[in-house]
Write a protein that binds this ligand. Structure first.
Ligand SMILES: [Zn+2]
Length: 107
């Protein structure tokens, strides 16, 4: 049995496909744990979440665009994705693109 993700209790049990923690009452399914696998951190090590706003911390060259995304550019409503470029977003003046979380800072 996995430990409770809320309180780390070892006394969890399974009930009709759900794991149940008798200590804090938390119930969860195995599928929930897999979804938490996507951890995206900004340049300061802060966890980023879907819908967050960030600023770009350095000029970023964009393939196919004439200019670079300037340091300090605000990017709203990010989405988190898997891979090397783990932020999916829209940048004003550039359109939809993917950024690396190491080059942004949470606002
Ligand atoms: Zn618990």
């Amino acid at each position: 049995m996995p430990n409770c993700p809320m309180c780390q209790s070892e006394y969890t049990y399974e009930d009709r496909g759900l794991f149940v923690c008798p200590e804090c009452g938390h119930e969860w399914s195995e599928g929930d744990e897999v979804e938490e696998g996507l951890v995206v951190k900004d340049s300061n090590g802060n966890l980023l979440q879907e819908g967050d706003s960030v600023t770009v911390i350095k000029d970023l060259k964009v393939k196919g665009a004439s200019g670079a995304i300037k340091q300090g550019t605000k990017v709203k409503n990010i989405r988190l994705v898997e891979g090397d470029h783990n932020i999916d977003c829209k940048v004003d003046g550039f359109g939809p693109m993917k950024l690396k979380s190491e080059f942004v800072k949470k606002l």
